[in-house]
Every structure is written in C-alpha cells, then in structure tokens.
Design a protein around this ligand. Structure first.
Ligand code: CO
Length: 167
C-alpha cells in the first residue's frame, strides 16, 4: 500500500515529468496504485498523489471503466460545461461542485507505451479531467470561486483538527 500525499505537500503543486521508460518498475508502481486506490475506495489516483512526480494516473469506477493513462493529453473538450461534485484523496473529507466540460477526448499511452484514444462523458470524463489536473499541479479547489474555495478549505481544516484530536 502506498501512502497518499495530502494538501500542503510541494509534489502536489509540481508539473509532473513525462514517463519515458515502460518497464517492470512502472508496472509495479501502477499495481501498487490500484491496490491503494481500492483500499482508499477512490475512483482515480494520480502518481504525484503517491509521491511520484510522473505523468500517469489510474481510474477505477465501480461497475465501469478501469485503466491506466500514461503521458495523457486532452485533445478535445465539449462546449457544454456542467457542475459535478468532486472530492480528492489528497484533500480527504470535503467535496464541492466543480464546473468542467461535460465530455472530453483524451490521448494517452498504456502500460506498454502503446498510444490509445478515449472519448469520455459523465463520471468517466470527470475523473479523467480531475486526475489530469494533478499532473499539472492543479487541485479541484483551484477551480472554485474564491468564496467556495475558502469554505471548502475551512471545512477541511476543521476536519483535520478533529482527526488529530481523535488520534
Ligand atoms: Co484528486
């Protein structure tokens, strides 16, 4: 199991480096990330969230899409923007509606380095966009208005304090 990096750590704010070597170590990292994601009951996890500054993330939607996206690029976005509730394993315990394009097309490489393209809508499109942001040092709270962001951060800090007391 890998440890999840949380808000305040520099690595979450860095632009991650492209993956250049598709080897056994990469495969191991991805396997560990899938174990960690299912343990944390999340639907997406980006490498910087486990302390690895590489351009890759994984998605596992219960009853839906599962996959690894390496060196991803968003090549098309729908005109229509929609709100959708987001949370993040790196900012645990808080959620907020974020407005983003309803659908996207993403190009990426698989675990062997082979390129592929996916068209996504709904939850899948949302997870892809959220995880892609992590590779550029962007968090969902950055996409909120100032007031909403402060509200979410205050709630997060309250929860963190409460958890520390409980420990
Ligand atoms: Co996240």
């Amino acid at each position: 199991m890998l440890e999840i990096v949380t808000l305040g750590e520099d690595i979450l704010r860095r632009r991650a480096e492209p993956v250049k070597v598709f080897d056994g170590a990469l495969k191991l990292l991805v396997d560990d990330m899938f174990d960690t994601l299912s343990h944390e009951r999340g639907i997406g996890l980006a490498a910087p969230q486990v302390g690895v500054s590489l351009r890759l993330f994984i998605v596992h939607i219960e009853g839906g899409e599962k996959g690894v996206f390496i060196n991803p690029e968003i090549v098309e976005t729908s005109m229509e923007q929609v709100p959708y509730e987001e949370g993040c394993l790196s900012i645990p315990g808080v959620w907020h509606d974020v407005v983003r394009p309803r659908g996207i097309t993403m190009q990426a490489q698989d675990i062997t380095g082979k390129p592929f393209t996916v068209k996504a809508e709904g939850t899948f499109a949302r997870v892809l966009q959220h995880e892609y942001d992590h590779l550029n040092g962007t968090l969902f709270i950055d996409r909120l208005g100032e007031q909403d962001r402060e509200k979410v951060l205050e709630a997060y800090q309250r929860k963190q304090k409460r958890q520390k007391r409980a420990r």
